[in-house]
Ligand binder design. Structure first.
Ligand SMILES: *Cc1c(COP(=O)(O)O)cnc(C)c1O
Length: 368
């Protein structure tokens, strides 16, 4: 056994280059509130991600909360229990009742075939997640939304740079949100973004993320403070230049994992989808305890004994947390697929700097 292998490792900019940018910020004495680096990063990200309108935020949770405000969503929202808690928390912070719908085992995304049965007279929107960066069935979801007059907000925290046949997945629905948290494919330490389709909506979002200020003395809405500062914007500009290389390095890790794990009974994983530009944000495997001869938790803790820190992501389901478990839609009988997957999943170490030796050590423990 040797050094600790972590599930992720942050993509860090070159320190000398970062220092040069810090000097510029110090000279300008403009450290937040729509500074030059902030505005440059908004433009560069919109261009890189092939989306028309993008607003930077200070993390990936406030864009979710703000999207619901901007679209004036109320009542009930249909969402997935198989996500990070922030997805559902954003509804709670808006006084909206989450209604959980089960997932499709082939994608881990909300199952469109089960959405219609969850719609009531109070439903106003659907909030799906592109889980692990794998695209939701956006066409089926949009068809249902159009039929019932619902908004669609995608939590695209995992889907940075994901495209289908050259078109950004972030362009789907009414809005999409991103997280630039340190653990994500692209990070600004903490950060996030909200993507929309027209200038007027971006204007409203920009008011909302700055207390609702529409001018020196005009407040048009009860906005929040979610501005990104110049220091993290500068960091983000540098990281944007190396994110393609990072995604390529992650791709190589995925190829090696797939090669090595394909013969193991009881271990399954996802393959690439034709036409999709994946970002390899996570490498989930699913453990069938009977076939593999060991439960997910046994494997998870065995890996830890070997100093390999994988992550049970997503476990437990959001619907099991105390805030949400009283909801009717939280019952296990409503969520059989999500319940099963949450008990089988392990996200293996996956990041740009994972060495061949780290990959080999991880594989060997799974093969033991
Ligand atoms: C990371 C993440 C978020 C929250 O992002 P933060 O930047 O940590 O606030 C929201 N949803 C999903 C699915 C995430 O993985």
């Amino acid at each position: 056994m040797s050094g600790k292998i972590t599930v992720t490792s942050p993509l860090l900019p070159n320190l000398d280059e970062f220092y040069e940018m810090l000097k510029e910020i110090w000279n300008s004495k403009w450290i937040t509130n729509n500074g030059d680096f902030h505005n440059q990063l908004e433009r560069e990200l919109a261009s890189y991600l092939k989306v028309p309108y993008l607003s930077l935020f200070t993390n990936g949770t406030l864009p979710l909360i703000t999207a619901l405000q901007a679209l004036r969503v109320t009542g009930e929202v249909i969402t997935t229990p198989y996500s990070f808690v922030a997805t559902t928390h954003s509804l709670w912070w808006n006084g909206i009742k989450p209604v959980f719908v089960d997932i499709d085992p082939h994608t881990c995304n909300i199952d469109p075939a089960k959405i219609e049965a969850a719609i009531t007279s109070r439903t106003t929107a659907i909030m799906p997640v592109h889980c692990y960066g794998r695209p939701c069935d956006t066409k089926s979801i949009q068809d249902i939304a159009d039929k019932y007059g619902l908004k669609v907000i995608y939590d695209a925290a995992h889907a940075f740079g994901v495209e289908i046949n050259g078109k950004s997945i972030l362009d789907e629905g009414d809005m999409s949100t991103l997280s630039f948290h340190a653990t994500k494919v692209y990070n600004t330490i903490e950060g996030g973004a909200l993507i929309c389709h027209d200038e007027k909506t971006k204007q409203r979002i920009d008011y909302l993320k700055n207390f609702g200020f529409a001018g020196e003395t005009t407040v048009v809405a009860p906005g929040i403070n979610s501005k990104m500062d110049e220091i993290r914007a500068a960091y983000g500009l540098l990281n944007l230049r190396q994110v393609d290389a990072a995604i390529e390095a992650r791709h190589n890790v995925a190829v090696k994992y797939r090669e090595a794990l394909s013969g193991i009974d009881g271990i399954t994983f996802f393959d690439d989808i034709q036409g999709v530009r994946h970002n390899y944000s996570y490498f989930p495997i699913f453990v069938d305890a009977e076939k593999y001869g060991m439960s997910r938790d046994e494997l998870y803790f065995k890996m830890r004994e070997y100093n390999i820190y994988s992550r049970r992501y997503f476990y437990p389901l959001i619907s099991t947390f105390s805030t949400y478990r009283g909801l009717e839609s939280s019952s296990e009988s409503n969520l059989p697929v999500a319940t099963r997957i949450a008990n089988q999943v392990i996200c293996l170490p996956m990041h740009h700097a994972l060495s061949d030796e780290d990959i080999q050590r991880t594989i060997e423990v799974i093969k033991l």
